[in-house]
Write a protein that binds this ligand. Structure first.
Ligand code: DGJ
Length: 703
């Protein structure tokens, strides 16, 4: 709901209130937090009268969209220069409520209703700034757009999607940081004094920082307290700056990280920021995650796939790497038959002369030395055995050792007169050029049209380098979205799994197109539990693609019981990363059971509410997640012990989110208890007594 009276704006979904008003021509932020009851009368008495703080005053404004050079000395949301001046003075000019959220040509939250558009003007620079706000059942979307009303060009150095002010309150800041094989570490730190930055300058989202930040009460826990989450719907360079000033007030600026030379905005043209999804919960960090999950399930993911179970796949990468042949692959398919696998995925190595990672990216035609019959024989074999077929591409990549590079050396990102830098023996294609995207689309189309392929794994294995301008970085990302759009349009039923050396591009914009993303190249269940825990802070479990792989694990050398590998992978979209035919009959039987059980529980896992009960980052590796059905009638719990400890009893596990007066059974323990017993008393665990033991519990309401 959007309430407006006399230039006081109150946005609410009944759970949060977000308020700002116009004072002396400036937009002043007044409140963000638990929903306030705001009546016409209180609104008419202005923001101050309905209990919201009047933040104006010398040198202490909390601006709705901060700018440079006007007496605000904290980080600005907008910086524009025209060659003579870098100081702006945007003054409120009008507002309107649009019936629906306008489409602005980038991935964004879907089905947005009423949208508040506030216009501000800098008459000297002849610029108009538009701020957009859309309220959703589970969050708020914001973005900004700048229009050059004059005829001379200006340069944009900064145009953040949102600037969000928090009062002096002693907040903590949570971010998700990492590296290859160790994505989404959860770090929580006091806001402190000064500026904390989480950013990517790699041209892609990056393993290093996720475009997410949370601001939580200093005493908030997983289950209690105010938690605010912000997640940029973008897949390129981003910037999140959290500045705490001398009065302890916190300002978060989140948006695109525009590189040094800025974006030139010619007369009459406009430039828009991507959208940021903002959520609030008074139920702690867990409540914030549940808001994100609902928001993304309802308003971000392609509705065609959103709450549908993703196919259970077996992927060839870890069992064959580049050592592929038709015979080996037929054998791989044979091994998967009768196991409950839905889709066989042929990973890297099937095209060009791709015998290692130093050639053929860009040459998307079948290597007949490995597959003399093309893909026909292997796809027929999948189909005969009731399975679908999926295939790997790395569309944005090119090896210098490829036909494509020989034909079009200028298609790789590069700086004239300087040798390009290789990473993983490859360059990145210049996706800012339409002809490059078109060529890759046509090559993919040729494969997808010739064969019965229902699934594509879209990988991206290196950051950008040798980029000549800020504009190029931005247009590159647009080119990526353009290819996604064309594929989605041409093949509406095609499922595209996102991937970037694991979770290097785990962001909401990719999720707009890809219903799930390969969470990490680290398939060790113990480490994966950490990665999945962190990823779930803002992304719903169904978007996490998790595979069971062999032991000793290829990344850590560790051996973990198969039951635990299956349990951890079940907390998301389950798949396998091993040659099922090479396992013992006992292991195959266990996997058959795992898949059948997962399929039976999938609806609950996909549509339930997540409660994180044990945080492996704080408990030396103990991990527990519970998923409760929306009607509280069922729950699915996975507990992972981590290292076994001598004489260390496990405390009773206290569940959450159940109906305290209802009666439930705990199937695996043959127990009948009330929701209250389960939540306040807890249940004793009997975790398989070895390192990395685990337990799965099914809770069902019976009365
Ligand atoms: C990185 C991905 O994360 C892996 O799963 C695999 O697809 C390789 N690339 C293939 O090169």
């Amino acid at each position: 709901m959007i309430q407006i009276l006399d230039k006081v704006f109150h946005l609410t979904n009944g759970k949060f209130s977000y308020a700002f008003y116009v004072k002396n021509g400036k937009l002043v932020h007044s409140y963000f937090g638990k929903a306030l009851i705001v009546t016409e009368r209180t609104l008419s008495n202005s923001a101050v009268a309905f209990g919201l703080k009047d933040n104006t005053g010398r040198d202490c404004e909390c601006f709705e969209y901060s700018e440079l050079g006007g007496g605000d000395y904290r980080v600005p949301a907008i910086v524009v220069r025209n060659g003579k001046c870098i100081s702006t003075d945007f003054v409120y000019s009008s507002h309107e409520v649009l019936k629906t959220k306008p489409d602005f040509g980038m991935p964004a939250l879907r089905n947005g209703g009423q949208t508040l558009k506030v216009s501000l003007r800098d008459d000297l620079l002849k610029l108009e700034l538009y701020l957009y706000y859309t309220v959703f059942d589970n969050g708020l979307a914001r973005r900004a757009e700048l229009k050059n009303l004059g005829s001379d060009s200006v340069v944009i150095d900064r145009l953040m999607s949102a600037c969000i002010e928090f009062p002096a309150h002693g907040y903590d800041i949570i971010d998700l940081n990492g590296r290859w094989g160790r994505e989404c570490n959860v770090s929580r730190n006091p806001a402190g004094c000064g500026i904390k930055t989480f950013a990517s300058g790699r041209g892609v989202t990056s393993h290093q920082h996720n475009p997410f930040v949370a601001v939580v009460d200093g005493d908030a826990t997983e289950h209690f307290g105010d938690a605010f989450g912000m997640n940029l719907i973008y897949s390129g360079n981003f910037d999140i700056q959290c500045e705490t000033d001398e009065k302890n007030r916190l300002r978060v600026n989140i948006g695109v990280n525009i590189a040094a030379d800025g974006i030139t905005l010619n007369g009459g043209c406009a430039f828009g920021s991507p959208e940021v999804a903002i959520v609030y919960s008074d139920e702690g960090i867990g409540g914030m995650s549940r808001e994100f999950h609902k928001l993304y399930r309802k308003n971000l993911l392609n509705p065609k796939f959103a709450d549908k179970r993703r196919p259970v796949v077996v992927n060839s990468w870890e069992s064959m790497y580049f050592d592929l042949s038709e015979a080996k692959f037929l054998d791989f398919i044979e091994g998967a038959k009768g196991m409950g696998i839905d889709t066989i995925v042929l990973d890297d190595g099937w095209f060009g002369k791709r015998d290692s990672d130093n050639s053929s990216l860009g040459d998307w035609f079948i290597d007949k030395a490995k597959f003399p019959n093309g893909l026909k024989k292997i796809i027929d074999c999948c189909k005969k055995n009731g399975m679908d077929f999926g295939i790997w591409f790395e569309p944005e990549a090119i090896n210098p050792e490829s036909k494509l590079f020989k034909a079009h050396p200028d298609w790789a990102l590069g700086v004239d007169g300087r040798e390009r830098r290789q990473m993983r023996n490859q360059y990145v294609l210049d996706f800012s050029r339409a002809e490059v995207v078109d060529c890759i689309f046509k090559q993919m189309k040729a494969i997808l049209d010739e064969y019965d392929i229902s699934y594509v794994k879209w990988d991206m294995n290196r950051p950008l380098s040798d980029v000549i301008s800020a504009e190029k970085y931005i247009k590159f990302v647009s080119g990526v979205y353009e290819l996604y759009e064309r594929l989605n349009k041409e093949y509406p039923d095609l499922i595209i799994e996102g991937c970037s050396s694991g979770g290097g591009r785990f962001d909401p914009a990719i999720l707009y197109y890809s219903p799930f993303i390969w969470t990490s190249d680290d398939t060790d269940a113990y480490e994966r539990a950490h990665i999945q825990y962190g990823t779930s802070l803002c992304y719903p479990l169904q978007t996490l693609s998790n595979h069971v792989s062999v032991c000793p694990n290829h990344q850590t050398g560790r051996t973990i019981p198969l039951c635990t590998r299956g349990a951890v992978a079940s907390l998301g979209s389950l798949g396998y990363e091993l040659n099922l035919g090479k396992l013992s009959e006992e292991e195959r039987e266990e996997i058959r059971r795992q898949i059948a059980a997962y399929k039976a529980d999938a609806e609950l896992i996909l549509t339930g509410d997540l409660y994180r009960l044990l945080n492996p980052f704080e408990t030396g590796g103990k991990f527990c997640e519970e998923i409760v059905s929306p009607d509280k009638s069922r729950a699915y719990v996975v507990y992972l012990r981590g290292l076994n400890e001598c004489n260390m009893p496990l405390p009773p596990l206290r569940l959450r989110g159940l109906d305290e007066t209802a009666v439930y059974t705990v199937k695996e323990k043959n127990l009948t208890l009330t929701g209250g017993d389960l939540m306040y008393g807890g249940i004793d665990l009997d975790v398989y007594g070895k390192d990395f033991g685990s337990e799965i519990l099914h809770i069902e309401r019976i009365a």
